[in-house]
Design a protein around this ligand. Structure first.
Ligand code: DOR
Length: 435
């Protein structure tokens, strides 16, 4: 099977109205594979013009149409930046990396939790080269995995090589976090060096659960996956207090409390919000491993707070999907220990999902989507200031469409390595690239 065979076919404008295209759709919709082997869903050039007989109305930068043959809403905007992605290594990397563009993204911030973790700058740069070969028009930003082997000298060297950030994982709490952090204080000299060299600290903010046998009668230590993020927030505040100039991102905020904590901090602290946490609550992952990730989705009030923050125009909150592919059999607990693994795969539908979530609260307009998906993250990471992206470097646009009848593919790839995307088989907004 070639790489091209593993990537999904995403329906395009017009697919649903031509017999030839219908055939392609039928062939490919179960597995996400295009039998033609062509990456015909990428970089399609669209005219951007709409048929003259459809009634249109301009409203907050979006076009609404009343014709059923046309999308209900069309939004043309800049390509998005995704500031938290898991692209893995080996075959999984080859499967998922080419799907970045399907999700409307041309810049990704790549997590270092490979096996073994990426702890030295040279390995991080070599990893970016492999990714670049798989998606040549995407900008890949490298990170290191916070680890005792990293010293202030490593940070100075990393800064020279263009490493953008260092990610901390609480030990043992999520996928490939066995080498993670037990105590943050031991890394304070490293944090000082990061502050001096303007390297970002990315925090997976959760406390470890109290071991079940210790928890009885110890209410002050009653940590579970439901309050693990809230219990971590004082640590975020203390790191920020100790290093006010260090830029910190609280990754994948899942609670109203996390949103409040990020707001309480100065401008050097921001929070990413995933696409899936805009949809999920506890009830979704309680009986569905494909909705299970860390941190877990919480209460409806938390989801509402995330949606409000993401669509509020507050530059402290921007998109980091935490798209985390795992083979279907691992998610279903069939690959070893009968347990599921944490991670929700959203990469090919990143911006489409955000548009769908914002639409539910009447916020699917160009400005709100562009701020959250394109602008605020780039500003926080100083992408222009640091010359990571240059004016006129990528002049493409993405076109989002609601109501094209498209469904999320059931899976990507095949056999034991197949990956099931979030909301597989459900309705989705559509997305095209425009040169
Ligand atoms: O922090 C993480 C890591 C990720 C993964 O699969 O790598 N999956 C998650 O659910 N959360």
């Amino acid at each position: 099977m070639t790489l091209r065979d593993r990537i999904p076919h995403v329906h395009l404008h017009g697919d649903h109205h031509s017999h030839d295209s219908d055939k392609t759709t039928a062939e490919s919709s179960e597995s996400g594979q295009s039998k033609s082997g062509k990456r015909n869903f990428l970089r399609r050039i669209v005219s951007g013009s709409k048929s003259s007989d459809s009634e249109t109305e301009e409203e907050k930068g979006r076009t609404k149409t009343k014709s059923h043959a046309e999308p209900e809403i069309v939004i043309e905007m800049s390509p998005a930046a995704d500031f938290h992605v898991h692209l893995r290594d080996g075959e999984m990397m080859e499967t998922v990396t080419p799907t970045i563009e399907n999700g409307g993204v041309n810049l990704v911030y790549v997590m270092p939790n490979l096996v073994p973790p990426v702890t030295d700058p040279e390995t991080a740069i070599a990893y970016m080269s492999k990714l670049q070969a798989l998606s040549p028009r995407t900008t890949f930003l490298p990170t290191l995995y916070l680890h005792p082997s990293i010293t202030p000298d490593t940070i100075a060297h990393a800064a020279k090589l263009g490493i953008v950030g260092v990610k901390s994982y609480p030990r043992g709490l999520t996928t490939n976090s066995d080498s993670g952090v037990l105590s943050y204080e031991q890394f304070y000299p490293v944090f000082q060096a990061m502050s001096d060299h303007d390297i970002v600290l990315n925090i997976h903010g959760e406390c470890p659960s109290t071991p079940t046998e210790d928890a009885v009668g110890m209410e002050d230590r009653d940590v579970t996956i439901l309050n693990a993020e809230a219990k971590f927030l004082p640590t975020l505040l203390s790191i920020h207090e100790a290093f006010p100039n260090l830029r910190i991102v609280l990754e994948h905020c899942t609670t109203a409390a996390a949103v409040d904590a990020v707001r309480q901090c100065g401008a050097n602290v921001a929070g990413t919000i995933t696409a899936h946490h805009l949809f999920l609550t506890i009830d979704n992952w309680a009986d569905d491993p494909f909705c299970f990730c860390k941190p877990v989705a919480k209460l409806p009030a938390d989801r509402a707070a995330l949606l409000a923050a993401a669509s509020s125009g507050d530059p402290k909150f921007f998109l980091g999907t935490d798209s985390a592919p795992h083979p279907k059999i691992a998610k279903q607990g069939r690959s070893g220990n009968n347990k599921t693994v944490a991670g929700v795969f959203t990469q090919p539908y990143a911006v489409q999902l955000v548009a769908g979530a914002f639409d539910k609260v009447g916020k699917a307009d160009k400005e709100t989507l562009e701020n959250f998906c394109c602008k605020f993250g780039r500003d926080f990471y100083k992408v222009r200031e640091k010359g990571i992206e240059v004016e006129g470097g990528d002049t493409r646009r993405i076109v989002l469409m609601k109501g094209m009848g498209e469904k999320v593919v059931k899976e990507i790839g095949s056999g034991d390595g197949a990956v099931v995307p979030f909301r597989a088989g459900e309705d989705t907004w559509s997305l095209e690239w425009k040169e």
